[in-house]
Design a protein around this ligand. Structure first.
Ligand code: SF4
Ligand code: SF4
Length: 472
């Protein structure tokens, strides 16, 4: 066991924002209906195994791929199937269940804490049947759904036991008392994937959590814990693979293309639940951050719960709110009536909606307005929470060649140059400047004092290139 510091290029450390989520994790009351999509995580759609009026039990498989190429989908509750099909625009195929007040649960056969005595393929099969294999960005290439990756070429596991960015939540809040479960879950994944080494990234702002995890992993010979600063987007797959495994994720590629599997805390905990306790993926920990909530925090919610039912009681009624999933810098708006909790949903932030146009905003740096510039008042009053709203705080202006976008880019790109090529209809020329190396973290757009939508231009460039390739 070894703790190390690693060097990263670019990125940004955010201060405290209003509506910062904190623990403990709360459970939510079950709604009357649950809408379980038959396509979740990185997997393709599966076929319903239930019919209208069937009674289902918590943990029961309700969706399966006939060729067993996609992980199954389970019922998160006990109840009666009311409908199967395209319901209320939620997803192409959904199982709607009327919820019963019952805790009856069925699961797989747990392998228990002695999982290492079982062959790796058996443990991998449990992860697949429990739905863990379709979690995180790229899934876990085990048994049947390897997604074109040869599991024999994988040699490294990276666990991001930290979060970075605006409204990042601490690992203590997410994991709570389950540090030993997390350590065991990491062991489960390492055994199932038969990797030679595992790297765990922890935030050096969470020393107690890091020490407890180190204690739990003390006897693991091939695990290294790395204490990293909370600079965004340090917990993403690409920066971690470069810094911890010394390999560059190829442009438009995945970490597993270079032999690395990256997972987050929830995936490691789900691996523990599946293999040691026999529980499939039927609930999610969701981070609710931002000033739009009466109480920002973390909740445990069943898969299939409508976001509106989940956050409705917590939303502030005295402000207009914009809901964002996937992080404030790189995510997208969501409709609470059409979005339900799924295996890939990790956070829902609620911003203050602010459409007011502020003239010459750059001349009026307030103490609650964040800026990359060190001249802003907020830089000197770092302990004051910063405003968290949807306003751009200024108009788009010409580039002033400040190089702020180059400085923060974690992929060492020249965002303004890429954006200019795309806006001059020369997306093909931008390929020579590694257009596809952009991981769409959104930092360049965020720091630009001239409010140039750099990341959006780059995304548009990628779409243009793809369209041209299809035409050719
Ligand atoms: S160019 Fe891409 S990777 Fe670089 S800062 Fe902008 S969005 Fe992030
Ligand atoms: S941050 Fe904006 S103003 Fe500064 S160099 Fe980049 S594009 Fe130009």
């Amino acid at each position: 066991m070894l703790s190390t510091k690693k060097a990263f290029r670019g990125g940004m450390l955010f201060g405290a924002f209003e509506g910062h989520p904190a623990g403990p994790v709360e459970s939510v009351a079950l709604p009357e209906k649950i809408l379980v999509p038959l396509q979740q995580g990185v997997d393709g759609p599966v076929q319903s195994q239930v019919e209208v009026h069937d009674r289902v039990v918590r943990g029961q498989i309700i969706g399966r791929c006939p060729a067993d190429a996609q992980a199954p989908v389970h019922s998160p509750v006990c109840g009666t199937v009311e409908q199967v099909g395209n319901l209320e625009g939620v997803a192409p195929e959904v199982v709607c269940i009327n919820v019963e007040d019952s805790e009856d649960t069925v699961g797989g056969q747990p392998l228990g804490a002695d999982f290492r005595s079982r062959p790796a393929h058996e443990v991998a099969e449990v992860l697949f049947q429990a739905g863990v294999a379709s979690m995180h960005h790229d899934g876990i290439p085990v048994s049947r759904n390897t997604r074109g990756v040869d599991p024999g070429n994988l040699d490294t596991l990276i666990v991001a036991a930290m979060e970075t960015g605006v409204l990042a939540v601490s690992p203590e809040t997410l994991v709570g008392l389950r540090v030993q479960d997390l350590a065991t879950g990491i062991g489960v994944l390492a055994h199932a994937l038969q990797v030679e080494q595992a790297h765990i990234a922890v935030d050096d702002e969470s020393p107690q959590f890091a020490s407890r995890l180190e204690g739990c992993l003390a006897t693991e010979p091939n695990v290294r814990i790395h204490r990293l600063g909370g600079v965004y987007p340090r917990h993403w797959d690409e920066p971690l693979t470069a810094a911890l495994a010394g390999r560059r994720v190829p442009n438009d590629g995945r970490a597993c293309d270079v032999g690395v599997v990256c997972v987050d805390l929830q995936t490691a905990l789900a691996a523990f639940d599946a293999v040691v306790r026999g529980l499939p993926v039927i609930e999610q920990l969701l981070i609710l951050g931002g000033p739009g909530y009466t109480r920002a925090g973390v909740v445990r919610a069943p898969i299939g719960m409508r976001v509106g039912d989940l956050i409705g009681p917590r939303l502030r009624q005295d402000m207009e709110v914009r809901l964002v999933e996937g992080g404030l810098l790189s995510g997208r708006s969501l409709d609470p009536d059409k979005r339900v909790v799924t295996r890939e949903l990790r956070r829902i932030d609620a911003l203050r909606e602010d459409r007011e146009r502020t003239l010459l905003a750059f001349l009026r740096p307030g103490r609650a307005l964040h800026s990359y510039g060190r001249t802003f008042l907020s830089h000197w009053r770092a302990s004051d929470p910063l405003r968290c709203d949807s306003n751009l705080h200024g108009e788009k202006r010409p580039c002033i060649s400040c190089a702020a976008c180059d400085e923060v880019c974690p992929r060492e790109l020249l965002p303004y140059w890429l954006s200019r090529q795309v806006r001059s209809n020369k997306a093909q020329a931008a390929l020579g400047f590694e257009l596809h190396a952009c991981i769409e973290c959104g930092l360049c757009s965020y720091v630009c004092p001239s409010k140039i939508p750099l990341m959006e231009d780059i995304q548009q460039g990628k779409t243009q290139v793809a369209t041209e390739q299809v035409r050719a």
